[in-house]
Design a protein around this ligand. Structure first.
Ligand SMILES: [Zn+2]
Length: 357
């Protein structure tokens, strides 16, 4: 209901010319909207996680909106430099993608190339070397595929015999138990993959077919290298998609991620994105010590010259956003109306990506 009222109010504001006024204001001129995307569906992933995946058609519509509205899509590093120098072009936008899934290579990059938009990919790297589906995500996806059923062979996986797949909650509980078990048993990547394959057999799902389609897999080193050569900017997102609260472990995540990226993409890395949008004030000096010059969150907002460079807001665009809501953030109206808190709540839905590989 609240969402419907907000949408209707935004339509009225757009009709009254308020979007245009904000878009062309001095206030907006000195601000940068950093867009955040995650996955672009290869099949039905957006029906499973609408806040994590988006159909290619919606991405294309978003890009057309940027083009029609005369927005200047600027590369992230350049945009941040110009933001602080007071030299941003009008209607500035930067585009970022988190994680670096195979779907970025297959679905998102062709659209970016078509529109000639520069992009930064915050690449997590552990699963780039281990070319199998990401364990907790693929388990969740397969259970969702069999939603509505109750299975009885749970004990084969160390679960209660009855596996109730009828609600999101009960499916999540199964994933939680599997992840916890794999951590307690200190399972290797291959052993977790075998566990996921076993789950697939119980669910009567062809796991190898999913693996062949590269559903929920990351880009390979060769794909990252290819896109880097074509101008994609690859930046830091930790090696194992986690932010330990211990300084040496935290910095090892950055170092491993950086070594991998600089070796494969061949370019320096100095921009960072907090996995799952989780940040903590104690991370800031550690990031500075690592020579990181910018870090983005999933808190909604437009960045200004006064924003802390290590706590930059972004607008997380998802399937759940209406077109008018998307436009309200492009113009700055969404930020001015303090929809920030509401919009930031979306980030809570992103926690599905593993913090541990
Ligand atoms: Zn991520």
């Amino acid at each position: 209901m609240q969402m419907m009222i907000r949408r209707a109010a935004l339509e009225v504001l757009r009709g009254a010319g308020v979007f245009r006024l904000a878009r062309d204001s001095r206030w907006r001129q000195h601000r940068l909207l950093i867009l955040c995307y995650h996955g672009i569906s290869q099949a039905d992933e957006h029906e499973w996680r609408p806040r994590l995946f988006m159909p290619r058609e919606i991405l294309e519509e978003r890009f057309r909106t940027l083009e029609r509205g005369g927005y200047n899509v600027v590369g992230l590093g350049d945009a941040l430099h110009r933001l602080h120098a007071g030299e941003l072009p009008p209607r500035s936008v930067a585009i970022t993608f988190d994680d670096g899934g195979y779907d970025f290579y297959a679905r998102a990059y062709p659209e970016l190339e078509r529109f000639r938009f520069p992009v930064t990919v915050y690449q997590t790297t552990y699963y780039s070397d281990f070319q199998r589906p990401i364990f907790n995500l693929i388990c969740s996806y397969m259970l969702w595929k069999r939603r509505g059923q109750i299975l009885s062979q749970g004990q084969e996986l160390g679960l209660p015999a009855a596996m109730d797949l009828r609600t999101e909650e009960s499916r999540q509980q199964i994933v939680f138990t599997l992840v916890k078990r794999s951590e307690q048993d200190n399972l290797t990547g291959s052993q977790k993959d075998e566990l996921a394959s076993h789950l697939a057999r119980l669910l009567d799902i062809d796991y190898e077919e999913l693996a062949r389609k590269r559903i929920l897999q990351l880009m390979t080193p060769a794909e990252v290298a290819e896109l880097a050569a074509r101008g994609v900017d690859f930046q830091l997102h930790t090696h194992r998609h986690r932010t330990p609260k211990d300084e040496s472990l935290f910095r090892k995540e950055i170092d491993d991620n950086r070594k991998w990226l600089e070796g494969v993409a061949g370019k320096p890395t100095q921009h960072f994105c907090y996995p799952a949008g989780d940040y903590d004030p104690q991370f800031l000096p550690w990031l500075r010590a690592e020579g990181v010059v910018s870090a983005t969150t999933c808190d909604a907002g437009l960045a200004g010259a006064g924003s802390d460079p290590l706590l930059l807001p972004r607008f997380v665009d998802t399937t759940a956003r209406s077109r008018v809501e998307f436009e309200s953030w492009l113009t700055g109206v969404g930020d001015l109306l303090s929809f920030r808190k509401e919009a930031s709540r979306h980030r809570m839905q992103l926690a599905g990506f593993p913090k541990r590989a």
